[in-house]
Write a protein that binds this ligand. Structure first.
Ligand SMILES: *Cc1c(COP(=O)(O)O)cnc(C)c1O
Length: 378
């Protein structure tokens, strides 16, 4: 492909910081670079505690332990999401209850949540698709009324905000991703953000493999021992050193992405005017982080041909999630509450355009020209 879908971005000091981690002779996790990254997240997101993990998936799995999910507990979530939003819960016997998405942002439709609540409902998962915030005011109101936990899947949401508050700071907990395809990355990585103060102490135990290591090191416990559920959740200092280089430059990275996003958005306005595709919608309550640029083609039946043409032109445009409720495992492990017509219709119409830091003006023009060509010729 001439223009790949994603290219990992290098901020600059990654190797230097990895060198420092090596020189410091601390390569396992929970060292100085981990602490720096966590402090950055706590300060920028305004969460009470940030704990680095090996992935967003691992952070979601920690959140499921913290929410104390038991077999048969139900979790309301969109079907239009990444598979591990659901698998994290299913591992502990939780049952995903899929509801429809909003036609504008493709986020969970908050108007569909209340009807899906049963006596077994424990959690609502708010997935901020493309770094555009869910309708959190209403989601938090429903959760409060029914005594439910809100977990933000903010994998795509770092540095975006809703009504002036950073994504990741709104639910009881949030999971972010530093996977290579995300705005800030370290290959594979993530973080669990804790906002509910009642959860921080237990989060530390689970993160420390179920031991009281931290309390022991701080002199608050007289012996070091196994006290709770846990696992090996944290990344090595090699990953944390890489991530620190990226976090230091996260604002410049977001600014670059916003320029690319705005260029696509302007250049594709005519496609929307002509009724051939719909561009992303940004609600006034949301400041986004330019995580991705997608188009909703007028008809699902045209998507394979459009993608084929773009790929033939050397442009790696791709589709996105196959809705979980329609997947083989989703049918076994989850259920839907009513039909999901918006999910079914929009997931089949969506294409994502190449998006990475370093994509230049000429390449953007090449993509735009190829999109017009591919969409108009069919
Ligand atoms: C990327 C992503 C994940 C998984 O992130 P990993 O760090 O790869 O585990 C989960 N949910 C959403 C919405 C994502 O975009």
């Amino acid at each position: 492909m001439d223009i790949p879908f994603n290219r990992p971005w290098i901020a600059g000091p990654e190797l230097e910081y990895i060198g420092r981690a090596i020189a410091g002779a601390h390569l396992s996790g929970n060292g100085p670079f981990t602490r720096r990254c966590q402090a950055w997240l706590e300060q920028r997101v305004g969460c009470r505690r940030a704990l680095l993990t090996t992935s967003c998936t691992a952070a979601l799995e920690m959140s499921v332990l913290l929410a104390d999910i038991k077999p048969g507990d139900e979790i309301i979530m969109p079907s239009y999401t990444f598979v591990t939003t659901a698998t994290a819960f299913v591992l502990r016997g939780g049952v995903p209850v899929f509801v429809d998405i909003r036609p504008d942002t493709l986020n969970i439709d908050e108007r569909a949540i209340e009807a899906a609540i049963s006596p077994r409902t424990r959690v609502i998962v708010a997935v901020h698709y493309a770094g555009v915030g869910c309708e959190m005011a209403e989601i938090l109101r429903i959760a409060e009324q029914y005594g439910l936990t809100v977990i933000e899947d903010a994998a795509q949401g770092l540095i975006a905000s809703y009504r002036g508050r950073p994504l990741g700071s709104l639910g009881h907990m949030a999971a972010v991703s530093f996977h290579e395809t995300k705005n800030v990355m370290c290959g594979e990585g993530g973080a669990l953000l804790i906002n509910d103060p009642a959860l921080t102490a237990r989060a530390e135990l689970i993160w420390e493999k179920g031991t009281n290591r931290r309390a022991f090191q701080e002199g608050l416990a007289d012996k070091y021992t196994w006290v709770d559920l846990g696992s090996s959740f944290y990344p090595s200092e090699i990953s944390a050193a890489f991530l620190w280089a990226q976090l230091e430059h996260a604002d410049a990275a977001t600014a670059y992405r916003l320029r690319v996003w705005n260029r696509y958005h302007e250049a594709l306005a005519k496609l929307e005017e002509d009724g051939r595709a719909r561009r992303p919608v940004l609600p006034p309550d949301c400041v986004h982080n330019a995580h991705m640029y997608y188009l909703l083609l007028a008809e699902a039946g045209r998507r394979p041909g459009v993608l084929k043409r773009l790929n033939a032109a050397g442009i790696n445009a791709v589709f996105h999630y196959v809705p979980l409720h329609a997947s083989p495992a989703g049918r076994v492990f989850g259920r839907t509450h009513g039909p999901l017509p918006v999910t079914d219709a929009l997931a089949a119409r969506l294409i994502r355009l190449p998006f990475w830091i370093g994509l230049d003006e000429g390449q953007i023009e090449q993509v735009v020209a190829a999109v017009y060509e591919a969409v108009e010729r069919l």
